[in-house]
Design a protein. Structure first.
Length: 134
């Protein structure tokens, strides 16, 4: 998809959820900030999670967790601080289908908001079989 331009205020974070339906799909995340650094993490909802599906628009199905109780998330790649003034990528092979959450955090910053160019996609493996003729 096209990059989204997002402002993350000081002390805040941006989260988006991805549904992976095919095992061994690749989650690809690209992001950049014109200045400063940002924290990024990737998490997977476990089988105890409860969520409600809301259709955001025709292209992007957004998953919103219920407000009741805690929704356990398994840490896939925990929050790490990166210098995102140059384009950055995060690629992850999702061996299991499920709900994954991307977190881009500016909670470490007390004063500076961050402008963020951000996009993601999920690449699903194909089931093509190749036949070799001898």
């Amino acid at each position: 998809g096209h990059p989204r331009n997002i402002e993350i205020l000081a002390g805040k974070k941006f989260e988006t959820n991805i549904v992976v339906t095919v095992p061994f799909s690749i989650i690809c995340v690209s992001f950049q900030t014109p200045e400063f650094d940002i924290q990024i993490g990737l998490y997977r909802a476990d089988e105890m999670s409860q969520y409600i599906v809301h259709n955001k628009d025709e292209e992007n199905e957004e998953i919103v967790h219920c407000l009741e109780g805690n929704t356990p998330l398994q840490e896939v790649q925990g929050l790490r601080l990166v210098d995102a003034t140059m384009p950055c990528k995060l690629n992850y092979i999702a061996s299991e289908p499920g709900l994954y959450r991307i977190v881009l955090s500016n909670e470490h910053s007390w004063y500076n908001s961050k402008q963020l160019l951000f996009r993601y996609c999920v690449l699903s493996p194909t089931q093509e079989q190749h036949q070799v003729n001898i």
